[in-house]
Design a protein around this ligand. Structure first.
Ligand code: KG4
Ligand code: ZN
Length: 344
């Protein structure tokens, strides 16, 4: 990506926007040299979701260790690093502050170049880490905090063309799993349950009526809830699941998953009509780990002769490799920040 006449800087990237403490070392010549993380999932599991205060505390405990591990794995010393990059927006403020303060302290004390990176830009370009994707491409980011459609014109240049109007898709997986008492995070468990009943659509939950490229997942979650109530399987007053049978849980999980995949296909179909200049489609973010949705989107793209790209799972969920990748093209353009950079 960097021309051969340009010296190839080494980048240390730090990501702490939510519940993963992550660090990566990236060489503009060789790509990702290391991408390591500590996931706090086990800690947040018992609360059914991320507890911001606990997330910040865990970042403080782990960040030094994770950064050292990223350097060791890459076989690079801190002195050899040229640029320190950090996710400074958007995310949980307390969590962002830990990574940003740590990165500033490193950059300031060791006199390294410094920059902030937008977490969503990291996701949007995450499929480019391992693939050469032609511009402009259509991108669907579906994670626990965000669900958006973009037209990506070039590195660092993208236009948002659709957004969730309420919950993110991953959040809906988490909430439906909570409703079914399946645990956290919901995505992988819902996928496993749905596989047990062959991804059949038993309950045909209402599809989105939104005509433009925006989406809604809160309505779907509510539809699942009221359908359970109608079946006498959920008591709204005591907020209790009355029918705890595996049969019902698997059927709900499967019907919900099929509905989400359907919403994505509907939106991508429309986006490709509205933006015929799109030369490819990238599906990214934590929800892009889902093999069933990947399959449905693959079939759709094959039928419509559009090239489809996914990041490998380690670059779908939050990671610092994607932050380092964005930092590399920002560095090429001299887009550095000073140490007064704030979180957003
Ligand atoms: O990208 P990510 O790690 O964090 C955010 O930026 O939010 O995404 C986490 C989200 C969670 O909501 C989780 O349930 C969802 O990604 N997820 C999945 C799968 N694996 C993780 N959703 C559906 N199917 C999966 N296999
Ligand atoms: Zn994310």
């Amino acid at each position: 990506m960097i021309s051969s006449t340009t010296p190839s800087p080494l980048i240390l990237a730090i990501e702490t926007s939510c519940d993963e403490t992550a660090a990566a070392v990236y060489s503009t010549e060789k790509g990702v040299l290391s991408s390591v993380l500590f996931s706090q999932i086990e800690m947040h599991k018992q609360f059914g979701g991320v507890v911001p205060e606990l997330a910040s505390r865990a970042h403080i405990e782990k960040i030094d260790f994770i950064v050292k591990e990223a350097l060791t794995t890459a076989n690079v010393s801190l002195n050899e690093i040229d640029i320190v990059a950090v996710t400074n927006k958007p995310g949980l403020p307390g969590s962002l502050l830990i990574g940003t303060c740590f990165a500033k302290a490193l950059a300031g004390s060791l006199n390294k170049k410094f920059m902030g990176v937008n977490h969503l830009e990291g996701h949007a370009f995450s499929a480019c880490i391992e693939n050469s994707i032609p511009f402009p491409f259509l991108c669907l980011t579906a994670s626990g905090g965000h669900t958006s459609l973009y037209i990506v014109h070039d590195f660092g240049n993208y236009t948002t063309i659709g957004n969730t109007l309420d919950d993110a898709a991953g959040e809906a997986f988490d909430k439906v799993a909570k409703l079914l008492e399946l645990g956290y995070p919901g995505g992988p468990i819902i996928e496993k349950r749905a596989a047990l009943v062959n991804f059949e659509d038993f309950f045909n939950y209402p599809r989105s009526k939104i005509k433009d490229l925006n989406m809604s997942f809160s309505g779907l979650k509510t539809a699942v809830l009221y359908d359970l109530v109608k079946r006498g399987a959920y008591d709204l007053q005591t907020k209790t699941l009355l029918d705890t049978s595996d049969e019902l849980k698997n059927k709900v999980a499967s019907s919900f998953l099929v509905c989400v995949a359907n919403i994505f296909v509907q939106k991508i179909k429309q986006a490709l009509i509205d933006y015929p200049e799109a030369k490819a489609f990238a599906f990214v973010g934590g929800v892009a780990c889902n093999k069933y949705i990947r399959g449905v989107l693959s079939d759709f793209c094959k039928k419509n002769s559009i090239n489809l790209f996914f990041p490998s799972p380690k670059y779908c969920t939050d990671n610092a490799g994607m932050i380092a990748f964005v930092a590399a093209y920002k560095a090429e353009r001299g887009q550095f920040d000073d140490l007064s950079l704030d979180i957003l």
